[in-house]
Write a protein that binds this ligand. Structure first.
Ligand code: BES
Ligand code: ZN
Ligand code: ZN
Length: 475
């Protein structure tokens, strides 16, 4: 796909023109005049609706696609994206000129419209099977100013979101923990990023018992991937930490066959933080950020960890395993401990952590747990700006209590006698967070995957939270 800036002249449009139109605007009496028939009554101006008009040889181009944008005073960058995305699913032209000035409002400038169009084209037309086979479809964004920089900005964001989708859609035989390491290496080797890859030998030396415990049943090594970006001098660092379970069988607490389907996406948290980090680095944001990914499979073998085993975690706490399927919290706990050894002041973890979160919140809202009001406010502002739905959930001692029931260890890894499993999982993680660190936990079990195609999100892995996490630093 090629998206380029086009200055001024619509006349040399080759074949087809997209003509965005708001509800209030009287549509195009000028063109009606040229074409010599009044089609204005036929145009559907509802959001994303397409009306195709043939120019009958009276203009240089053959078709005009009117695209409804809804009411002008309700228009936002997000509503534009939805309208463009819906329209592009219908307009199957391989060369299209988009007349941006028709979408201008007081706040929606040429740049905003160009960035929105770019994002929606890349996101809406994403197709896992076509990744790597670039199409020659060309979109020319007609404007009275150069919108190249806006196109570049939109491309960075959408390509990163698509990268997260591709990583999570890739089956686990083709995306192992080592492949994830290679992906990070490839993405950032030419960038201002310091990279450390901790292998099993190093994790043993450090005594990262959470990651190693989960990894024991796998034929493949685990990794703790640590990426560091310095874009703001000696300011404090924030860590973005993502669960990278490349396949979750449940281990000896084996998942039933139907629940195991799609567990290749149990590394979507890792994909989200990696992609958000990519945006931060490529946009050269003024921020200091770590991206930390604990990654392993959760498998069964003669060597796998078992129920009743006790693991000694990286921070020295002991955990009795009551369910090997509650593996995400174990690898994340070590990652949280490691992050805090790096002198960070804020951290966000992202994980496909619990089925309970899907039951409680469904597939549209990401669950949020936060121990710091100011950090929560910054996060929720970023999620609103990004049009990604989130919902705050309780962090409370009542959910830590059931975890303290072990007679052989400090904690158990799973116990929710009164339900609320997503809150209990968050409380488990909170046991590994120091009081002076601002921390947010995001459970994306429900939002990381969709069975239905919506205008901006084809079915499959969604790329959720990439935009919000990147925007958290775009201040
Ligand atoms: N990866 C799963 C959570 C999950 C479930 C993600 C459904 C996406 C869709 C996680 O490792 C898990 O198995 N959690 C258990 C925890 C339980 C054993 C306390 C769960 O939710 O059942
Ligand atoms: Zn599990
Ligand atoms: Zn899992």
């Amino acid at each position: 796909m090629i998206i380029q800036s086009k200055y001024e002249h619509i006349k040399d449009a080759k074949h087809a023109v997209m003509h965005p139109v708001y509800k209030e605007k009287y549509a195009c009496s000028k063109i009606s005049g040229i074409l010599d028939y009044d089609f204005t009554g036929q145009i559907d101006k509802d959001l994303g609706k397409v009306t195709k008009i043939h120019t009958l040889g009276k203009l240089d181009y053959q078709y005009i696609y009117f695209v409804g944008l809804g009411y002008k005073d309700e228009a936002t960058p997000h509503s534009l994206k939805e309208a463009f995305a819906a329209a592009l699913k219908e307009i199957k032209e391989d060369h299209l000129v988009i007349d941006l000035k028709r979408a201008l409002t007081d706040t929606l400038t040429f740049d905003v419209i160009a960035e929105s169009f770019t994002e929606s084209a890349l996101l809406a037309l994403y197709d896992y099977k076509k990744v790597g086979h670039d199409s020659s479809t060309t979109f020319e964004l007609l404007a009275k100013e150069d919108v190249k920089a806006a196109i570049e900005k939109g491309s960075i964001m959408a390509n990163a979101i698509n990268r997260a989708r591709t990583l999570a859609n890739t089956p686990s035989n083709l995306l192992t923990p080592l492949d994830l390491e290679q992906e990070a290496l490839k993405l950032f080797e030419k960038e201002n990023v310091e990279m450390t890859f901790l292998d099993n030998a190093k994790l043993q030396e450090m005594k990262a018992g959470g990651i190693l415990g989960v990894n024991k049943g796998s034929a493949l090594e685990a990794r703790l991937i640590v990426l560091k970006y310095n874009g703001n001098g000696d300011e404090d660092y924030t860590a973005l930490i993502g669960k990278g379970v490349t396949f979750d069988t449940g281990g000896y607490s084996l998942k039933p066959a139907a629940s195991m389907v799609n567990m290749k996406t149990d590394m979507h948290g890792a994909a989200s933080v990696l992609a958000a980090f990519e945006v931060i680095v490529k946009k050269k944001m003024k921020a200091n950020v770590y991206c930390i990914i604990p990654t392993t499979e959760n498998m069964i073998s003669g060597d796998a960890y078992k129920v009743d085993d006790v693991l000694t975690m990286l921070n020295g706490k002991t955990v009795e395993i009551t369910n090997t399927d509650a593996e995400g919290r174990l690898i994340l706990a070590d990652a949280l401990t490691h992050a805090q050894s790096l002198n960070i002041t804020r951290m966000v973890d992202v994980a496909t952590l619990t089925g309970a979160c899907v039951v409680g919140l469904g597939g549209d809202h990401t669950g949020v747990w936060a121990n710091d009001e100011a950090f929560y406010k910054a996060f929720s502002d970023a999620s609103e700006k990004s049009s990604e739905l989130t919902w705050r959930m309780p962090l409370h001692n009542v959910f830590n209590k059931p975890l303290k029931s072990s007679i052989v260890a400090d904690m158990v890894n799973s116990a929710a006698p009164k339900g609320g499993g997503a809150n209990v999982a968050a409380s488990f993680l909170s046991e590994f967070v120091n009081d002076d660190v601002a921390w947010i936990h995001l459970d994306i079990a429900g939002t990381s995957f969709t069975k239905e195609t919506t205008p901006l999100t084809p079915k499959g892995a969604t790329g959720v939270m990439v935009r919000t996490l990147a925007n958290l630093f775009d201040v």
